[in-house]
Ligand binder design. Sequence first.
Ligand SMILES: *Cc1c(COP(=O)(O)O)cnc(C)c1O
Length: 341
Amino acid sequence: MRFRKNIIEMEAYTVPKKLPPVRLDKNESPFDVPLAIKKKVFEYFHDNPFNRYPEIDSLTLRSKIAEEKAIDPEQIFVSNGGDALIPEIISLFEGEQVVTFQPTFSMYGFYAMRYGLNVTDIDLDKNFSIPDSFIPDPEKMALVVICSPNNPTGNDMEESKIRKILDTGVPVLLDQAYVEFSEKNCLPLLEEYENLIILRTFSKAFGMSGLRIGYAITSKTIANHFRRAHAPFSMNIFSAKMALEMLKNKAIIQEKVAFIKRERDKLQEVLADLVPVKSSANFVLLKTDAYDFLFKRGIAVRNFSGKMDEYIRVTIGTEEENETVKRLIGEFESKHHTWIH
Ligand SMILES: *Cc1c(COP(=O)(O)O)cnc(C)c1O
């Protein structure tokens, strides 16, 4: 038995085994799907069979998403979480390199390695924005990945910089997992650029992480190729039905998103000294080493290694959780860092 070299070089994805009860480490929504919607779907499945395969490519769900966005369902691909679409997208294009802007979501590099591609990591500039010096090389590059709002920094990437990259014709994966919390919806770019793929998910704003639902929206040209490589039954019927029902009740989500944005802005205001860049997502990056302090007090946030080891990423939670976080971090900073200010 011989394992491929690029697999041997990879490390399995791990998270600490025992995490404290308050979970602000994964950018999940603090709100579950409303019980009334769950009940409606449970009832539906009481009389609908599980022994049959889903409809091919979840046309019903794709059509509902397409209708909202006034695009053709043929331009939409759904899968088992946005995550599952990343390797499908990476595998579409010729070229030896996948470009990412660091720091960012780790799964782009993970899947590029799985395909044995070179990952070219470009550092974001001091404002966590795409450096002006970056010039794409469409000959060498299979894909440039832009995450906006970016995880873990939270800021939007400037549209002018995204356009400059798209103008070169290089394929661009624009990950907008947090778009609902931002004012910068990049969907209109699809009308201008056929080399663009936008990734979306039900895991964050919709509070459906456990159901694993994500989708990609792209041009007709890319869609024609994507279709050939796409796993046909990757979306299960239960999750597809849940997503459909949630889309019919969008007002609920809009209300929750508005709450999270308000709480995010309040937290950024109170902890302004620690905020390196304004967040347009449901989390905030903070320059503090309060990770252990919070952990011991029952709160899990995200920490980082390497260049980001001075930062933590805090997901916006319930009002009570956010109040506790603000109080504890304030306490930690005044105790440990009075000599800095
Ligand atoms: C959460 C997240 C996703 C998608 O997550 P799924 O749960 O797999 O849909 C994609 N990109 C980024 C940057 C994320 O943070």
